[in-house]
Design a protein around this ligand. Sequence first.
Ligand SMILES: Nc1nc2c(ncn2[C@@H]2O[C@H](COP(=O)(O)OP(=O)(O)O)[C@@H](O)[C@H]2O)c(=O)[nH]1
Ligand SMILES: [Mg+2]
Length: 210
Amino acid sequence: MTKLLIIGGFLGSGKTSVILQLAKYLVGEDPEARAKVVILENEIGSVSIDDRTLASTGWSVEPMFSGCVCCTMAGELVVNLHALMTRYAPEWIILETTGMAYPNNVKKALSESMPELECSIVCLADAKRWKRMQRVEQLAEFSQEQMEGAGAVLVNKSDLVTEEILNEVDASIHTYNADAAIFHVSALQGIPDTVWRQIFGKGGDVHGGA
Ligand SMILES: Nc1nc2c(ncn2[C@@H]2O[C@H](COP(=O)(O)OP(=O)(O)O)[C@@H](O)[C@H]2O)c(=O)[nH]1
Ligand SMILES: [Mg+2]
C-alpha cells in the first residue's frame, strides 16, 4: 500500500526544507531506495524554485501547479496520483501543499476516491511568526483549519526563538488540535531521526490525529 504524506503549513514555514530531510530519512543510507519516495509539489508562488531545489537533490519530483489541491483540484490530484503510482510504484508519496491549502480537505477527498492510499498529515508551524499570526483573527481561523486532522505538528525554526515562546506556540496549537503530537524542530540545523521515528509508527502511520 502506498503511503501519502500530506505536508501542510503556511508559505515560508519550511515545508520544502522539512521534506528534503524527511525524504532522506525515509530512504536511509541506501541510494537505490530513492525510487521508493516521490515528491509531489503543489506549492504555487515559490514553485519553480522549490521544484528545482528538490529536483537538484536527485529525488523524483512531480510538479502540479495549475491550482490549489485542496479546493478545486481534487480531481486532478487523483489523476496525478494514479499516474505517479503507475510510473514509480513508490512506497511513499510526499505532497507539498500550497501555503493556503487545508490538508484535511485533501485527505477527506482522497479517502473517498482513493481508498488504496494510506493518507496522513504532518503540518508545520513557523515558530518565529506563529504568535504574531494568531493575533489576526482571519489568520488564526485559517491556522486552526490548516491544523485540522494533522497527526503531527512540527514547530519549525525552533533555532530562532526561546524555549518560552516554543511552549506558548505549543499551547496555542493544542487549542486548535488537541490530538496532534507536537515536535520542536529546526530544518536548518537538521531534524534528528529520533523525531521521525516518534512520528511514524511501525506501519508508517503518523501517530495521533484523525
Ligand atoms: N532559521 C531557520 N530558517 C528556516 C528553517 N527552515 C526553513 N527555513 C528558511 O525559511 C525559508 C522558507 O523555507 P521553505 O522550506 O522554502 O518553506 P515553504 O515555503 O514552507 O516550503 C527558507 O529561506 C528556509 O531556508 C529553520 O528551521 N530555521
Ligand atoms: Mg515550499
